[in-house]
Ligand binder design. Structure first.
Ligand SMILES: NC(=O)c1ccc[n+]([C@@H]2O[C@H](COP(=O)([O-])OP(=O)(O)OC[C@H]3O[C@@H](n4cnc5c(N)ncnc54)[C@H](O)[C@@H]3O)[C@@H](O)[C@H]2O)c1
Length: 437
């Protein structure tokens, strides 16, 4: 099948490469010419494990192409995906749909023969209706169907998630569109990934409800962690104790510095706005966002407390800046609020991240960027593990102690170390929701 992917960001590029790998002919389109030129030269515009190899193999095989011009690819395609960004709109937190609407207008001009236009971007309920209206207004005679097909991949595990999804959600009641969607995803449901066909509006809401629920789970365990610290309980054991209950499940129960990333914060915010507009406010999700917002800055107070309360002219070294491991994405990363708060308290901040430093430099100025974890720790009073990259899981604690200032502190915001082991190496140790040493 011929596919045009409009928007070649995380979702567009991963989906495009995976569809090509299934055997479809895909053209990934983006307005950002530097991105397209880089891709044609074999340079990935973003860091995602396994993506470079997948893109290269399918590009070489002639199944994956790149373009800045949407016209040719859309005319040739039976399926056109909209995978452009839907960031928070400045001022009110609604999803900014200007990129989606612009893409719909551009697609409308080029439709040729029956075409399924599929919204993969995360969009509020009713956006499919508006996309259909936009296209119909320009092409009263056009043969097309607008489908919602939200994407659930996680950055850092995006290819695995795309190729082995828990489910594929397809929102359409149009039989012809359903057939096209079925052939696009056939390789996956042969692997037994269920396709859930729903109304378009239902599919749109499923995506937001899923993200809001996961954000709620994370925030719930974060608040339980705070309580654990007060009452002398261990949040990891609480999480295990509740997670073994199948009705609850063990995932997304890791206490930490608060959620960030390109999706949870903006999607929770957009869902809250949609709910308010329909006079069906989602109080739980509102609380989740509010709790998460204050949490990131509170992590700086945790560092200050571990250092005796005053950060003025103390040096704090951060390991990890991205919102999660295996990505270079800095969007809404907890490290941003953390660094700002540490700077506000008068600390000197040093940092190292295995993949995110280029992106971090665009949003965090007052930081000394270092070449590795040990260089980062040099002279620091406190070392803070912010993102749980694999390479931070087995640090040489003796070597760290040697390069750090006297009486060093390790603040483990991801609970990856054992308190007794760290304390044995002469550190003051603090983590999240566990007894400190
Ligand atoms: N990143 C994720 O993990 C993830 C997961 C699931 C869903 N989503 C959703 O998918 C959508 C895309 O997210 P992303 O992270 O890939 O965004 P992104 O910002 O990485 O990529 C969007 C791309 O679209 C391009 N673009 C915008 N308008 C265009 C147009 N008219 N024509 C061609 N290109 C255009 C931009 O230049 C950009 O490269 C969002 O709605 C997001 O919420 C993201």
């Amino acid at each position: 099948m011929r596919v045009a992917m409009i928007g070649t960001g995380y979702v567009g590029l991963v989906s495009g490469a995976c569809f090509a790998d299934f055997g479809h002919h895909v053209t990934c389109v983006d307005k950002d010419a530097s991105k397209i030129t880089a891709l044609e030269d074999g340079i990935m515009p973003l860091f995602e494990p396994g993506l470079a190899e997948l893109v290269e193999a399918n590009f070489r095989a002639g199944r994956l192409a790149f373009s800045t011009d949407l016209a040719g690819p859309v005319r040739a395609a039976e399926a056109v995906f909209i995978a452009v960004g839907t960031p928070s709109r400045r001022g009110d937190g609604h999803a900014d749909l200007s990129y989606v609407h612009a893409a719909a207008r551009e697609i409308a001009a080029e439709l040729d023969g029956f075409t399924v236009v599929i919204t993969k971007s995360t969009v509020p309920v009713g956006t499919g209706d508006e996309v259909e209206r936009i296209i119909r207004a320009r092409r009263p005679d056009g043969e097309f169907a607008v489908v919602s097909n939200p994407e659930f991949l996680r950055e850092g595990a995006a290819i695995q998630d795309f190729k082995h999804p828990d489910r594929i959600v397809v929102g359409t009641e149009e039989p012809r569109a359903r057939e096209v969607m079925a052939s696009l995803y056939r390789p996956l449901y042969l692997n037994a990934a269920p396709i859930l066909y729903t109304k378009r509006r239902t599919a749109e809401l499923i995506k937001y409800a899923a993200n809001a629920f996961l954000a709620t789970k994370v925030t719930f365990i974060n608040e339980i962690a705070d309580l654990c610290e007060k009452v002398g309980a261990d949040v990891q054991e609480v999480a295990r104790g509740i997670g073994l209950d199948n009705r609850i499940g063990a995932k997304f129960l890791h206490a930490g510095p608060g959620f960030g990333g390109s999706c949870f914060p903006k999607d929770a915010q957009a869902l809250i706005k949609t709910a308010q507009d329909h006079a069906a406010p989602l109080r739980i999700v509102e609380a989740v966002l509010a709790v998460n917002d204050v949490r990131k800055r509170a992590m700086a107070r945790k560092v200050a407390a571990a250092l005796g309360g005053d950060l003025r002219d103390r040096t704090v070294a951060l390991l990890g800046l991205t919102f999660k491991p295996n990505t270079d994405d800095m969007r809404e990363a907890p490290s941003i609020a953390l660094v700002t708060a540490l700077n506000d308290m008068g600390a000197h901040v040093r940092a190292y991240d295995p993949a995110g430093m280029e992106q971090a430099k665009l949003v965090l100025g007052d930081v000394v960027y270092c070449d590795g974890p040990y260089a980062c720790a040099e002279g620091a009073d406190a070392l803070v593990i912010v993102t749980e990259w694999e390479q931070f899981r087995a640090l040489d604690l003796g070597r760290l102690k040697d390069v750090m200032a006297k009486n060093p502190v390790l603040v483990d915001l991801r609970n990856i170390y054992r308190a007794d082991e760290v304390a044995r190496h002469g550190f003051v140790y603090d983590s999240v929701g566990r007894p400190s040493r």
